[in-house]
Design a binder for this molecule. Structure first.
Ligand code: 5RP
Length: 219
């Protein structure tokens, strides 16, 4: 099976967690499959809160109502992909640049169901360059601080987030203590969000695999 077929398999399996009400929806190619499956059961839900302009557009194209998080209160479930997950369901996210809104919705949801193909499960986070969303005027300052933490930041040129900020992709970080690293990076002035999701990791990970979808709970 191709990686995309495995993503599709995980996305379909996540429908089991859609019970009704308003659900949180992430961003990326795996989530795009999920949105397409969600459209087949849209009568069951009242709508969605979206983590990006791209997901909003796709949800609306299926006739799914998109709500403002300020109007919904806490959400029952948030479904999103990841760039990496460790066995404790600490994640790296933000490959698509939507990390800040994703982190907000994850934090506002009772259950975070992460969907991915099985190549995303790793022992230690950090092989995937860590995205960090930064206020544009702080880009060089934040980059210098990230070097002090042992990373090699690379500016994602010609890319702006939906919030009008820039992304530094940090290479060569071996993230042995995800919560600590998340807090340290978040504390740098000018950082909006780091793509480490450890303080609020996933509750369930569904991996598409050759043997069918696998459900992983935190170790
Ligand atoms: C976007 C994300 C995505 O969830 C992550 O990049 C995974 O994407 P894909 O499903 O395309 O592999 O964090 O900001």
């Amino acid at each position: 099976m191709t990686a995309d077929e495995l993503k599709q398999q995980a996305a379909k399996a996540a429908l089991e967690y859609v019970k009704g009400g308003i659900i949180g929806v992430g961003t990326g190619s795996t989530v795009n499959h999920f949105i397409d499956y969600l459209a087949t059961v849209k009568g069951k839900i009242d709508g969605a809160v979206s983590s990006s302009d791209a997901s909003t557009e796709r949800l609306k194209s299926h006739g799914i109502q998109v709500s403002d998080l300020n109007a919904t209160g806490e959400l029952e479930v948030y479904i999103d992909g990841a760039d990496e997950s460790d066995h404790y369901l600490n994640l790296i996210k933000g490959g698509g640049g939507a990390l800040t809104r994703e982190k907000i919705i994850a934090g506002a949801s009772k259950k975070f169901v992460c969907i991915a193909d099985e190549s995303k499960l790793v022992d230690v986070l950090g092989n995937f360059p860590l995205p960090v969303e930064v206020i544009p005027m702080a880009r060089s300052h934040v980059a210098r601080q990230l070097v002090k933490l042992g990373g090699t930041p690379v500016w994602r040129e010609n890319f702006f987030t939906d919030n009008g900020n820039v992304i530094l992709d940090v290479h060569n970080l071996e993230i042995m203590q995800p919560m600590e690293t998340e807090q340290k990076i978040n504390a740098i002035a000018g950082v909006v969000t780091t793509g480490i999701f450890a303080l609020r990791g996933a509750d369930v990970l569904i991996l598409g695999s050759e043997e069918g979808p696998k459900t992983i709970l935190p170790k």
